[in-house]
Ligand binder design. Structure first.
Ligand SMILES: Nc1ncnc2c1ncn2[C@@H]1O[C@H](COP(=O)(O)OP(=O)(O)OP(=O)(O)O)[C@@H](O)[C@H]1O
Ligand SMILES: [Mg+2]
Length: 304
């Protein structure tokens, strides 16, 4: 498959902070590519370079064959960019925002409305409400509609689901899948590791460096070691005790439980018994499937 975005050796420094180090990857046309990374990983810096708002110090990036630094004028009409925390004008109404973004690209709101209609349907009920007075989920839908107003080939979405409720988040990923069916290529960033599974391919970004690129399934398979979830009445003593156990390679907090990365020889039943003898109540250890977050923790530790 053709790649629509090609990034080679991209490096960007802000004074002493290196925001991107030798970042290289490509995004196949017609796919959803996820850029997964925690705060400060370099996601927004990469988006600003792709959106032609910032120039890299080293390396190159092309979008649809056009160089982001040299051919930015042609490029801007091919890109729909939804910046972090959205770009809406809070004092303008829903309709005024749409018309404003359409005018930036020299199109009419109705020109490509078929693309936006399914996303916009709930917003259509209050065209005169100010964008600032919308809920998080509604702001997100309006921002996406504005980014699509000129029917771009590539959507650049920087943390579009941050601060949005779980139902709207899930709905949003459904809308991205529909846009992909319509041939739009999507580069989407998130710090919610559970969203990685909704992407065709992902890159794990940590402190400006790519730790891994592949399909979500193939990446999680890389963890290799057996993984267990552990819980007890008191979690912190459990964490300390598990870290001191033989055959435990690593143990860390994972949601409401602990995750235990173990050697092949690890015996969960024997470990439960040993922990009870140490005075821990309600100890439970059971095998679990690895997630992208588990892989991220492992790769980031290795890197640090
Ligand atoms: N204008 C700037 N001047 C100095 N340092 C900056 C600037 N912008 C970003 N940085 C630093 O560069 C690194 C990458 O920042 P960036 O905003 O690209 O990360 P991010 O992944 O988008 O983070 P977040 O999840 O917080 O949005 C961080 O260490 C950040 O503090
Ligand atoms: Mg950011």
């Amino acid at each position: 498959m053709n790649s629509l975005i090609d990034i080679r050796g991209l490096t960007k420094d802000y004074g002493r902070t290196t925001a991107l180090r030798e970042v290289t990857f490509s995004v196949p046309e017609g796919s959803i590519f996820g850029l997964i990374g925690p705060d400060g990983a370099g996601k927004t810096t990469l988006y600003r370079i792709l959106a032609t708002l910032l120039t890299p110090d080293r390396g190159t990036a092309t979008v649809a064959g056009l160089d982001v630094a040299r051919e930015f004028r042609q490029l801007r009409t091919l890109i729909g960019y939804m910046p972090e925390r959205f770009s809406l004008y809070p004092d303008l109404t829903v309709d005024e925002n749409l018309h404003f973004f359409a005018s930036l690209f020299g199109v009419k709101v109705r020109d490509h409305f078929d693309l936006i209609a399914p996303i916009f349907s709930q917003l259509a009920r209050f065209p005169n409400r100010r964008a600032g007075a919308l809920s998080g989920g509604m702001k997100q839908k309006l921002a996406l509609s504005c980014a699509l107003i000129h029917r771009p080939r590539i959507l650049l979405l920087d943390e579009p689901t941050t601060g949005v409720d779980a139902v709207s988040r899930s709905e949003f990923w459904g809308m991205l899948a529909t846009l992909r069916e319509k041939g739009i290529t999507i580069l989407v960033s998130t710090s919610y590791m559970d969203e990685a599974a909704r992407c065709d391919r992902i890159a794990l970004l940590h402190r400006g460096r790519i730790l891994g690129i592949d399909t979500p399934t193939r990446l999680t398979a890389r963890l290799g070691d057996p993984l267990y979830a552990a819980s007890a009445g008191e979690m912190y003593p459990l964490l300390l005790a598990l870290r001191g156990m033989p055959d435990v390679k690593d143990c860390y907090t994972f949601g409401a439980t602990l995750h235990v990365v173990a050697d092949e020889g690890f015996d969960p039943d024997g470990t439960e018994t040993a922990l009870r003898r140490q005075g821990l109540a309600d100890v439970r250890i059971r095998p679990v499937e690895a997630t992208i977050e588990d892989l991220f923790i492992k790769l980031a530790q290795h890197e640090d």
